[in-house]
Write a protein that binds this ligand. Structure first.
Ligand SMILES: CC(C)(COP(=O)(O)OP(=O)(O)OC[C@H]1O[C@@H](n2cnc3c(N)ncnc32)[C@H](O)[C@@H]1OP(=O)(O)O)[C@@H](O)C(=O)NCCC(=O)NCCS
Length: 194
């Protein structure tokens, strides 16, 4: 059931402007920059992400990734964005709103990564702050969720400074870097403030 959906299935996702960054849906022309940024950032990202398939950075895998994003967007299940620095249009990372549940939940979960050369410059704070009003107004969600490993200080700080509240602790919640890991659970509701 997808009542309350607001983005039609054939519509191109609009760009979302934030402070010093812009979010937009990935397209095939992004492959080279995306693969180079992910490769450069491999050691920085791998401890915090699901295991990368061996072919993850190939053009074929990127094509399949885009196909999955398009299907998910058509189904109002998930919306994937890349993040670009406004100054020079450099790709700095990615932010995905996934696992969207409509009906009585009107909820979705965010996931994010920043390229290692761009870490700790406030880009993900700006990206999450830009996605929040989009999620609650354009997409009419009621609740945004996020989960992170307790040791992930950067992710904990990010969520707390963007108005997410800690709601719980889930044992063996997600398989990250090949291990089922406990996670802190966070959420921000439509009417919450920072
Ligand atoms: C989590 C992540 C997306 C944050 O992106 P970012 O652009 O560096 O974040 P920002 O610069 O907006 O900083 C957000 C907050 O985290 C803090 N922070 C960022 N990196 C940090 C680090 N290595 N150690 C401690 N604090 C850190 C910042 O200081 C800031 O908090 P503050 O305002 O209190 O100073 C990035 O570190 C990352 O991609 N990590 C690896 C992958 C990952 O963890 N994904 C999420 C899994 S849940």
């Amino acid at each position: 059931m997808a009542f309350f959906r607001t983005v039609s299935s054939n519509e191109t996702m609009p760009s979302i402007a934030g402070a010093g960054i812009t979010l937009r849906a990935p397209h095939s022309g992004d492959f080279a920059e995306w693969a180079a940024l992910r490769e450069t950032s491999r050691g920085f990202l791998v401890p915090w992400e699901p295991t990368w398939p061996p072919d993850d950075l190939t053009r074929g895998a990127f094509r399949r990734r885009l196909k999955r994003y398009a299907e998910d967007q058509r189904g109002d299940l998930a919306y994937a964005f890349l993040i670009f620095r406004s100054d020079d249009n450099a790709m700095v990372g990615g932010l995905t709103l996934a696992n969207i549940r409509r009906g009585v939940a009107q909820a979705g979960s965010i996931g994010y990564w920043i390229g290692a050369p761009f870490a700790r410059k406030g880009y993900m704070t700006a990206a999450v702050r830009a996605l929040i009003p989009y999620s609650f107004t354009t997409l009419r969600l009621h609740r945004l969720e996020a989960a992170c490993i307790p040791d992930n200080v950067a992710s904990v700080r990010l969520l707390e400074r963007t108005g997410f509240r800690r709601e719980g602790y889930a044992r063996g919640y997600l398989c990250i870097n090949g291990i089922w890991q406990d996670h802190l659970l966070y959420a921000r509701l439509k009417d919450d403030t920072d």
